[in-house]
Write a protein that binds this ligand. Structure first.
Ligand SMILES: *Cc1c(COP(=O)(O)O)cnc(C)c1O
Length: 364
């Protein structure tokens, strides 16, 4: 069976080596030495100033919304994972959806100003599939209107834009280190900022607001992660460049084999060094996608409709029609992509997809 993704597990001896140390120290959580070591290594690898490891990417978004003191309306994208929207609603704010750019599939910067009201406090876009949003224009708009910018960068591990880390744009970027992501700690996530005052708030908020064992800075939550999760991250991080290189090879093979078959590929802005976290393809119709998905499923291949449904159709938000996001969400499929996927399997997947597409040309 081939799934859309497969967790990378390091050689077990390496993980056991870290377990040995945990047993010797008998220190398992509460910002322990492995958590601190992983944070330092991630800061160096990602070229960012402050990075806080937390228990998952969703709590990272929720802490970010709290740390930025956001209220009222937050302009956001309808084309992302549900956590982008649910975090806004969970924190008592209102998501205001703006349609996406038909090429990058990220929030369309041209449409942001039309959605700003006196209640707007922030913009929360997603770097979809690791493709950068139009970060410079978004910053200009935010500055003009005094808004905060929070990026859901769950897909953007290691992505560079115009020679610097994409994670350095905006007031805060959040990452997910879930087992299905490019770099993972089983469960985990992080907040990234260059702002020292925000960093202090995040550090307190992640740990119940503790300033000292018997003294509190303010309200906080438990967003800590454990030594066991950090150990997995320390095992995966040295491999991550190789994992990205292998993903690039597979993604390029898909592009070569599927070229000229009418599938659209989301575009990355010029100046992007990509991470090949996903391989999304956009079909000409939902019917065509469903035929391809069914044909692949028959062969025990399970791609994923990622992202479907569009978030403006969630039952707990106010629906507003967004033609591009609704159309793309119905037609996009993420093909299997993980470092251990063989070239033979990629070739087989492409043959199945191509035979379905050819069938549809013949029977219009
Ligand atoms: C995975 C993901 C999240 C949530 O991260 P978790 O670590 O699973 O909580 C949020 N946003 C996007 C875009 C994601 O892909």
């Amino acid at each position: 069976m081939i799934n859309v993704t497969k967790t990378y597990l390091p050689p077990i001896e390496r993980y056991v080596g870290y377990l040995q140390g945990i047993w010797e120290r008998n220190y398992v959580t509460n910002n322990g030495p492995l958590v601190r070591e992983l944070e330092e290594k991630l800061k160096a690898f990602l070229q960012v100033k402050h990075l806080f490891l937390v228990s998952n990417g969703t709590i990272a978004l929720q802490i970010a919304i709290k740390a930025l003191d956001l209220q009222g309306e937050i302009i956001t994208t309808p084309f992302s994972y549900v956590a982008t929207t649910s975090s806004i609603v969970w924190e008592g704010c209102h998501p205001i959806f703006v349609d996406i750019d038909p090429e990058t599939l990220c929030l369309n910067a041209d449409l942001i100003e039309g959605a700003i009201t006196p209640s707007t406090t922030a913009i929360l876009p997603t770097h979809v599939y690791g493709n950068p949003c139009d970060v410079e224009r978004i910053q200009t708009i935010a500055d003009r209107h005094g808004l905060k910018v929070l990026y859901d960068a769950a897909h953007a591990f290691g992505v560079q834009y115009c020679g610097r880390s994409l994670l350095n744009f905006g007031h805060i970027s959040t990452l997910s280190f879930h087992a299905t992501k490019l770099f993972h700690t089983i469960e985990g996530g992080a907040l990234i900022t260059s702002d020292d005052a925000l960093a202090r708030r995040i550090a307190y908020m992640r740990n119940f607001g503790h300033r000292a064992p018997e003294e509190f800075w303010g309200v906080g939550i438990n967003g800590k992660n454990s030594e066991f999760h950090a150990a997995m991250g320390l095992c995966v991080l040295p491999e991550v460049n190789d994992l990205i290189a292998r993903r690039r090879t597979i993604s390029q093979l898909y592009d070569k084999l599927l070229h000229g078959n009418g599938l659209q590929r989301p575009k990355a802005l010029d100046g992007t060094r990509r991470n090949f976290a996903y391989h999304p393809v956009v079909f000409s119709s939902e019917e065509s996608l469903l035929c391809a998905q069914a044909a692949l499923n028959r062969e025990e291949v399970f791609p994923r409709r990622y992202f479907f449904p569009p978030l403006n159709e969630l039952p707990y938000v106010m629906y507003e029609r967004l033609p591009i996001a609704e159309s793309i969400a119905r037609r996009v499929l993420c093909l299997p992509l993980y470092p251990q996927l063989s070239s033979d399997d990629v070739t087989r997947i492409c043959l199945i997809v191509k035979s379905v597409l050819r069938e549809q040309v013949r029977v219009p």
